[in-house]
Ligand binder design. Structure first.
Ligand code: GLP
Length: 244
């Protein structure tokens, strides 16, 4: 596990974008695992800038997103599909057929999960997975639990996640109660993982996840065992860890 501490969110985002750029340059048809939330927003902006300056080409890139709310249509402004189109995909030359996000409207949950897992496998797995982290240590929508989930599945969101994500909705009641999410096992199989976190509010969970024992109650802690993971923090998110 490698930890990079950046001055601020701006520098963190450039660092993450540059690592993603290196991945794309070394393999132009990379499979990128992508995340939503506020943390990756500026990383996407930086990648869009690189694209606009002709320094990156996404025409052969394949993307797989971590998760999607159950019950939201693609054109719902709170769906993760909409988020990804607005903040990233509409601004680069990725092909629509190469974009993969779980279908929040799928009627058969099990079938959707199996198909999504199969899709990732058929692409040859994830080359680089970008992650944020929830305040309770969740990655994607893998909530604290008694065990680490293996594959893509449909989850009940925890109260704290519903509360945290309600900032994007008009009222807390509008936040879907369930979501489709890659499993911890799905994420762990990615060849390379980058986790980004910024802000004082993430300091406590960063310390718990990466400087305490691996524990399914803090799902992100499993990343301590991954062979190629880079944690990129700003000084605020790193403020509770001892720096040597
Ligand atoms: C959501 C997403 C996660 C994300 C997390 C943190 O619950 N499903 O993938 O990492 O929120 O979001 P933020 O970056 O806004 O703190």
């Amino acid at each position: 596990m490698k930890i990079i501490i950046c001055k601020n969110y701006e520098e963190l985002s450039s660092t993450a974008a540059n690592l993603i750029k290196d991945q794309i340059i070394s393999k132009k048809d990379s499979v990128l695992g992508l995340a939503t939330g506020s943390s990756p927003l500026k990383t996407y902006e930086k990648l869009v800038d690189l694209y606009k300056n002709n320094l990156l080409d996404f025409s052969e890139i394949k993307s797989v997103n971590l998760d999607e709310y159950k019950g939201l249509t693609k054109d719902n402004t709170n769906s993760y599909y909409f988020f990804m189109k607005e903040n990233f995909f509409n601004k680069i030359n990725i092909k629509e057929e190469n974009i993969n996000i779980p279908n929040g409207m799928a009627l058969d949950e099990l079938e959707e999960c199996e198909n999504y897992e199969e899709k990732i496998n058929s692409l040859g797995g994830i080359d680089l997975q970008l992650l944020g982290i929830g305040h309770n240590g969740h990655i994607a929508f893998n909530e604290p639990a008694s065990h680490f989930s293996k594959k893509t599945h449909c989850v009940e969101l925890s109260e704290s996640t519903i509360k945290a994500n309600s900032r994007f909705f008009e009222t807390e009641d509008e936040v879907p109660k369930k979501a489709f999410t890659m499993g911890i096992g799905t994420i762990f199989k990615a060849k390379k993982i980058i986790l980004i976190a910024s802000g004082k509010d993430k300091a406590k969970i960063i310390k718990e996840a990466f400087f305490s024992e691996v524990n399914p109650n803090v799902p992100a802690s499993i990343l301590q065992f991954h062979k190629d993971v880079i944690i990129i923090l700003d000084e605020d998110a790193a403020s509770l860890i001892n720096k040597f």
